[in-house]
Ligand binder design. Structure first.
Ligand code: G1P
Length: 296
């Protein structure tokens, strides 16, 4: 039997320059999608998938992110006294068990692979998840849960994947497919942000379940695309060493909240998915589009 995946690494050290000036004072991970910070979506998805230990790889200036997970006793008391039980419940849902979160500092921005490697002492001989908070996935069951279920069957390492237009492959890790089994593909290679000749149009998105040997591969601290230490390369090394790497075509929609356009799209999608907002919001969107059309 494959070992249960109970630990997830959240690399949250990035500067978020694409969202300046907002990210001058707030970490991008606590930017708000409808009414919850991005990190909350990632945590909720991981919890739903059975993750018990949450490892954040942070950097300078991320204090607000760490504080977000403190229990807000004063706020909870005020809400309780005021009888605002629904809000109290909402706040409580964000509480994390003591000791469930670990913070590790990445002292230098040396790439995603390096960020994951910074957490190596907290990962023992067990498979672990990596969740990139920029990628918000709307899906049922949530994307990481789909992966954990699939991984229980396949073992090895697994990445979430989706088809993108060929010309977009240069922004992603891309799979070279050995065997296409439908929802699951087995990879014979993986390339980070191919400048030319992408091996397929199957892009990797920010959800991974990795064998502990990936950490060993990262120990080499080999520079890859953009001069950075790439997680993609450490996963590709698994294949070169004869271990299996799979891609899961997850069911759901991924939003790139690392880009402004993606964030806006996510805001629309998550706004429209909310019972308390969808009617008013849909009507507004409809009116805006009608006005734009009329002005053309
Ligand atoms: C990272 C990974 C890349 C992956 C992408 C998904 O790139 O390096 O392989 O396809 O996330 O969002 P980034 O977008 O952080 O440059």
């Amino acid at each position: 039997m494959n070992r249960k995946v109970t630990k997830a690494i959240f690399p949250v050290a990035g500067l978020g320059t694409r969202f300046l000036p907002a990210t001058k004072s707030i970490p991008k991970e606590i930017m708000t999608l409808v009414d919850r910070p991005l990190i909350q979506y990632a945590i909720d998805e991981a919890r739903a998938a059975g993750i018990k230990e949450f490892i954040f790889v942070t950097s300078r200036g991320k204090g607000a992110l760490e504080d977000y997970f403190d229990h807000a006793h004063e706020l909870e008391n005020t809400l309780r006294k005021a009888g605002k039980d629904d809000l109290l419940e909402l706040v409580r849902q964000t509480n994390m068990e003591s000791g469930a979160i670990a913070y590790i500092r990445q002292h230098k921005a040396m790439g995603l692979g390096h960020a994951v490697w910074c957490a190596r002492r907290l990962i023992h001989n067990e498979p672990f998840a990596v969740v990139l908070t920029d990628d918000v996935v709307m899906g049922e069951p949530p994307c990481l849960q789909q992966m954990i279920e699939a991984h229980a069957e396949t073992g090895g390492s697994m990445v979430a994947t989706m088809e993108v237009p060929m010309e977009k492959t240069k922004s992603y890790g891309v799979l070279d497919v050995a065997e296409d089994m439908g929802a699951i593909v087995r990879a014979r290679g993986m390339v980070e942000k191919p400048k030319e000749n992408p091996p397929s149009n199957l892009a990797v998105i920010g959800r991974y379940i990795l064998a502990p040997t990936v950490m060993e591969n990262l120990n080499k601290l080999k520079q890859g695309a953009g001069g950075e230490i790439q997680l993609t390369d450490a996963i590709a090394d698994e294949i070169h060493e004869g271990r299996d790497v799979y891609g899961l075509r997850f069911r759901g929609q991924r939003y790139d909240c690392g880009s402004k356009a993606g964030f806006l799209q996510a805001t629309v999608a998550f706004g429209l998915a909310r019972d308390d907002l969808k009617d008013e919001f849909a009507e507004y969107l409809h009116d805006v589009m009608a006005m734009r059309k009329a002005a053309e």
